[in-house]
Design a protein around this ligand. Structure first.
Ligand code: LLP
Length: 422
């Protein structure tokens, strides 16, 4: 949150007051710090500088074109999971040979598109997918470079909805079947086996589960090489977790050193696919208080952002700090703090950002910032309750630009078609 400091009781994004942006962009809106994104990317790059590593930003975390362009200019590759994400990455200037393509349900059309662009690697999640890639590649007279995503059956110790490396999850090929899968792949036309991929989950706060997974992967690489496969890429999956409340996260350097300790001796190119750790703390969701409502048991702070804008609290019971943008009524005396349930406008009880949360006493019109919203925020938003997708703003120094507009109601409603037989 240090890119959003309070100075003279006013929250800033880099060198511009959040309230100044809010005067020009109506709430709710997302606001990103260009410097924060750049700094976290550089941290990864420096951490891995002594390894042959390619950072492939996980586009799903925040796919705004300005964000992707920022990362493209820093030399980032992309981890994509759909045709749409491939198009976004390419349009932002990320070269195809820095794109890895993950996902359990790649369609023929998507595979065709990725192959014709010449992406760096398909992270294959099943035998039927491999068969389809082989068929499409043969038709196009191309060769698809592949890695199997290995499910190492490791507990990621994170929220179950974002745990992906257990045998019960839909992802990847079970490690017990991996050698057989590679053997089949080597026989298929249009397929070049080049690597191994693993991703066990997101928001990991400890290195231990990563370490356990990478040990299994190292051993598998040795076995695959002994079987005669030319393995020269290891994709180590998503990045570190982030601090939402008080989680203590290992540094990127410690992580990189651990990767090197576990996998360095194999002399493979390392791919890393961080999303959250590049974006989460580079963004906030700015909202205004609509009403302060006294319930029978508690006070509600009703704000103009809802679960349709940021679904993490209702979907994963995620904690996000919520901070008053203007704290000028504050003094050392904590009497100016009040306890509220902070809720949105959507007609669901789940539309709750925080329960019994202490924030500065607020009134209608006050701006509130929901922190750590740069990753899995805007990208997971919807128009539920016919609420328009929140616009996005990027700040650089003392300037800001609107990087996504707020659609008009007319634009959204006119996408529906009322048949003339009605
Ligand atoms: N690679 C693959 C194959 C992934 O599935 C993911 C995330 C990543 C990389 C990036 O992981 P990260 O560095 O961001 O941890 N919506 C959830 C998070 C879902 C993550 C899905 N996969 C949330 O809001 O917490």
């Amino acid at each position: 949150t240090s890119y959003f400091p309070h100075k003279n009781n006013q929250m800033f994004v880099e060198d511009i007051a959040v309230s100044d942006i809010a005067k020009q962009v109506q709430t709710p809106f997302y606001c990103y710090s260009h410097r924060a994104i750049t700094t976290s990317f550089d941290d990864y790059r420096m951490a891995f500088s002594d390894q042959d590593a390619l950072i492939c930003y996980a586009v799903k975390a925040n796919s705004n074109q300005a964000v992707l362009t920022t990362l493209a200019k820093l030399g980032s590759g992309a981890d994509v999971v759909s045709m749409g994400e491939i198009k976004r990455a390419i349009l932002a200037g990320i070269p195809a040979n820095k794109i890895v393509y993950s996902g359990v349900a790649k369609t023929e059309e998507e595979i065709n598109y990725a192959l014709s662009l010449g992406i760096f690697q398909f992270n294959v999640e099943s035998e039927p997918e491999l068969g389809l890639i082989s068929k499409v590649a043969t038709e196009l007279n191309k060769t698809a470079a592949i890695a199997f995503r290995i499910n190492p059956n490791v507990c990621a110790q994170t929220h179950e909805k974002i745990s992906t490396g257990k045998a019960e999850n839909k992802f990847g090929v079970p490690i017990s079947k991996a050698r057989l899968a590679y053997q089949q792949a080597a026989l298929l036309p249009g397929i070049k086996v080049q690597g191994v991929d693993v991703h066990i989950g997101s928001q990991l706060t400890s290195l231990a589960p990563f370490e356990e997974a990478y040990q299994h992967i190292a051993q598998l690489v040795e076995e695959l090489r002994a079987d005669g496969h030319d393995i020269n890429v290891i994709d180590v999956g998503g990045g570190l977790g982030v601090t939402y409340a008080d989680e203590i996260i290992p540094s990127k350097l410690t992580y990189a050193q651990m990767v090197n300790a576990q996998l360095g001796h194999l002399n493979c190119k390392i791919i890393i696919e961080p999303g959250r750790s590049l974006l989460a703390n580079a963004g906030i969701l700015v909202s205004s208080v609509v009403f302060v409502k006294s319930g029978e048991e508690r006070e509600f702070l009703i704000i103009d952002a809802g679960m349709n804008d940021l679904i993490r609290p209702s979907m994963y019971d995620a904690y996000h700090q919520i901070i008053a943008v203007d704290t000028s009524t504050a003094n050392a005396d904590s009497k100016t703090l009040k306890t509220y349930d902070i809720v949105g406008p959507v007609c669901e009880t789940g539309d709750t950002f925080a329960k019994a949360r202490q924030v500065h006493e607020a009134k209608t019109g006050d701006l509130m910032a929901i922190m750590s919203s740069g990753a899995y925020g805007s990208v997971m938003s919807s128009t539920y309750n016919t609420r328009m997708l929140a616009p996005e703003v990027m700040v650089k120094g003392c300037d800001f630009s609107l990087v996504r507009i707020r659609p008009s109601y007319e634009d959204v409603i006119k996408q529906d078609i009322t048949p003339d037989w009605l």
